[in-house]
Design a protein around this ligand. Sequence first.
Ligand SMILES: [Zn+2]
Length: 501
Amino acid sequence: MALPRRSEPPDAGLIPRPRSFAYLPGAYKPRAGATLSADPTFAAEAAWGIEALSSAFTVRFAPGAPGKGDVRVVRARGLGAEGYRLEIKTAGVRAEASEPAGAFYALQTLRALALIWGDRAPACRVEDEPRFAWRGYMLDTVRNYFEPSFVKRLIDLAALHKLNRFHWHLTDDQGWRMPVRSHPELAETAAKKVDRRYLPHVERTLVYSEAAIADVLAYAAERHVLVIPEIEMPGHVTALLSAHPEYSCAGGTFEPEDRFGIFPDVLCAGSDEALGFLGDVMDETARLFPGPIVHFGGDEVPVERWADCPRCRARMEAEGVPDVAALRGWFTRKAAAMLAERGRRAAGWDEVVEGAVPSDVVVLAWRSAERGLEAARAGHDVVMCPGAKACYLDHKHLDSPDEPGHLGVSTVRDSYAFEPLAGFDAESAGRVLGVQGNLWTEIMYFGRQVEYMAFPRLSALAETGWTPAARKGFEGFSRRLPYWGRALDRLDVARYRGPLG
Ligand SMILES: [Zn+2]
C-alpha cells in the first residue's frame, strides 16, 4: 500500500484522533524476528502487544531483552493513568507511559496503524491522553443472546477504539442471562426461550456460564476494559417473574416476553421475599464481577400494580412513603443501599434521580442530555448516552426503508456532533465521567448485525470520548474514516458504508 503524503490522511487515519500527531520521514516495517521489550511494570501489556502486533503486521514478534526490542515500551513520569508518547521511526518504535493503561494505548495505536497500513506503520510522533475517563458501550444480550465469542470480539473492537467501559445488559423482560448458583430455577425458566433466530424454532437455555463470564472478564481486563454488569430492577422483570410469579404484586403466569416495550408487572415493593432474592442475586453478581460498579437499571417502572397491592400499601405505610411514585424512589434507594452493603457502587438509568438516590450513584443519562445536566446538578457523576441523534446505535443510519434500525435516525454525523458537555456549567461539567454508545438489540439477531449498527457510529463516539473537543471536527473525521475502514476491514468488521449524513 502506498505510503501517506505528509499531510494526508490527517493523523495517518487514526480514530480516535490523538491529542498531538506529527508525521516523520519514512515508515517502520518490522523485520523478520522483530522483538518487543517492555518495562516489567508493563509485562501484561507487552504480552498482549506481541500477539496483537504479530497479527496486525505480517511479521511474528517475539519478546525482546530489556531495553533492546525493535519496539520498546519504557516507563516515564507524568503521562497520567492512560496517556502515552509514541515515536515510530524507520529503525524502530519507542513508547513511553507512566501506567499500564498508557502502555496499552501506545501499543494499541501502533496496532491500529499496522492494521490501516498493512505491513508497515508511517513514521510519526504521537502524544496522547483521553479527554474522559468513561468511554463506554452497552451491549444488550437479553433481547437477543450473543455468544461469548462475539462478546469478546466486540470488546476487542471497542479497545481498538480506546473505549474502556463495557456495560453488559444481562437481564430484562425477555430473558435472564446471569447465572445465579443459589437460584438454579432461573436457568430452568427465566433463561429458557424459544430461539426464533433459527428454524425450526427450538427452546434453548440462553444463560452465560460462570466460566464464560470469567473468560470475558479476563479478556476485557487484558484490554483495560472494565465490565459493568446490569441486573434490571424493579421493572423489566417479566422473565424473572416466569420463575417467581410470587415476586409480582398480583401473581399469575408469566413467560419470558417475545414482545418489546414496558410491561405493567414489576417486582412487588412490599415483598420481603423479592428483596431477599435480589440480595442473593447481588451476592452472586459481586462474586462473579469483581469490578467496583454494578448497574441496577431503574428505568421505565410503571406503578399501576403497586397502587392496587396490599403488600405495597403496607410497605408505604411502614416506611412513611407518601404515594406510589415515591415508592419507586424507595425501591431504587433500597437497591443502591443493598449494592453498597456489598461493596459496590450503584449505577442506574436517569430515572433513579427522581427517586432521590444517594449522590454517589452513577447516572446514565439516556432520555436526554438535559436529564444528564439535572443529575449532575443533583450531585451525581454522569455518563452521557442520550438516545436521539447521538448514542442509541439501534436507530437507523439513514432515513431509508431499506436500512435496518428503529425508533429514529441517527446518522454518523449526528453521533459525531454530539457534545457531552453542551449546555453544562463548569461545576456540572466536572461531574460528567464520559460518553457511551448503547446497542439495544431488539432487531439485531446476530453479531454481524450488531457490528453493522455499531460501526462507524461507535467510532465517532469513541473520538468524542477520547479527543479534546478543540481537536474534533467532522471534516477531518470523514477524511480519516476511509483509512480507519481499512483497519476494520482487516478485522473483517461488518460496517455501514453509506452516506454519513
Ligand atoms: Zn406489591
